[in-house]
Write a protein that binds this ligand. Sequence first.
Ligand SMILES: Cc1cc2nc3c(=O)[nH]c(=O)nc-3n(C[C@H](O)[C@H](O)[C@H](O)COP(=O)(O)OP(=O)(O)OC[C@H]3O[C@@H](n4cnc5c(N)ncnc54)[C@H](O)[C@@H]3O)c2cc1C
Length: 385
Amino acid sequence: MSTTRKRIAVIGLGTAGSMAAWRLASRGADVVGYEQFGTSHDRSAHAGESRIFRTAYFEDQDYAPLIRSAKALWRQLEAETGTELLTLTGNLMLGEASAEMANVSESIDKFGVDAVAIPLEEARKRWPQHPYREGDVVVLDREGGYLRPELAVLKAARRAEALGAELRTYTPVEGIEVKADGVWVTAGGHSERYDHAVVTPGPWAGKLFPELAMLIEARKVVSAWFAGREPGAFDPAHFPCFVRATPREFYGLPAMAGNGLKLGLSGAVNRPVPDPDALDRTVPLDEVKAFRALVAESFPGLYPDPIRVSAYMEGYTRDGHGIVGRLGGEERITAVTGLSGHGFKLSPALGEIAADYALTGSSENTLALLNPDRFLATPTITENP
Ligand SMILES: Cc1cc2nc3c(=O)[nH]c(=O)nc-3n(C[C@H](O)[C@H](O)[C@H](O)COP(=O)(O)OP(=O)(O)OC[C@H]3O[C@@H](n4cnc5c(N)ncnc54)[C@H](O)[C@@H]3O)c2cc1C
């Protein structure tokens, strides 16, 4: 009996798309990927040198199994490409007792995450670079560290190609139509038929699917880099990645290759981008000054003027969890999008889930909190998580 390989289109070869293409090609699918820019670029969500990988999760404790399978796949991609992508420095979670810190503790208890609470006095000695506040809880996630996003996307895409995928760069998809005989994808005025489409357009989701425009908001996200006053004090060997949850949320990654400590701000500071094709990548001075004030107040070991600022873009849902699964119940379209500022670490596992849906019609690996159907009752963006 002959078996026919499924022909799958992957639309958007950024973070989720490159991983989906790799997982699909690994599993024997006939993959064609479409990307409007080149393989790995700096115009949306997967650039800026580093991304935090953490396993003690404050967004929701249920992420732990997904993070575990993502970690195994990161190691697999490293082995298949001979490239270091994930470096474990540990990740510090800092903040007063709060719902977020409770999620961190629960993920440790429930899923046996390798993390430990550090007494404040010990934290002050081990990482004097941080300002601690009375009442701070400090948790060291020993499995935390950082990923190299540009390289990871590039390597996943190249690995997919080596496994037989055809990747069409500088080829924006203009339309996707489900017909009786399959999913038709149009690019450059030419339409092709597929058995299934995996849709991974990041912040452009609403442009491809008007119904997603109501669920996903594109936002500009700024990263800023700062030089340390003492040589080496913020290098990975001395300074783990961190997320501070209170009194305001921000995060940081150690200085890589002399580039300076990287900081990012979370929440409403990340301004909406009405049209992702028209992202203004300049960083206004009020935003530069907000970073400067934060560093002046929080990190005496850093010079407060950033040595570099860069703007990127991400798609956010209103509950801060991604959209992963069948779109509108349509069996031949799987969406992985709206990853809401924390999707990079999860991306190989999300690529595997997309491959599950495309090849078998369902996935045992997904999480209920990512199900697109949760928004059907109230499909509007109302707040900035
Ligand atoms: C500054 C910043 C810091 C972050 N920090 C972290 C972190 O520390 N840890 C973490 O886990 N996550 C982090 N994130 C989140 C994470 O990077 C994102 O969730 C993830 O990269 C989103 O992946 P994506 O595939 O949805 O989007 P993208 O990676 O942007 O990919 C979408 C791709 O689709 C393409 N595309 C869109 N429309 C079309 C079309 N019509 N035709 C063809 N191609 C198209 C785009 O060009 C793009 O390449 C951060 C995000 C930002 C912006």
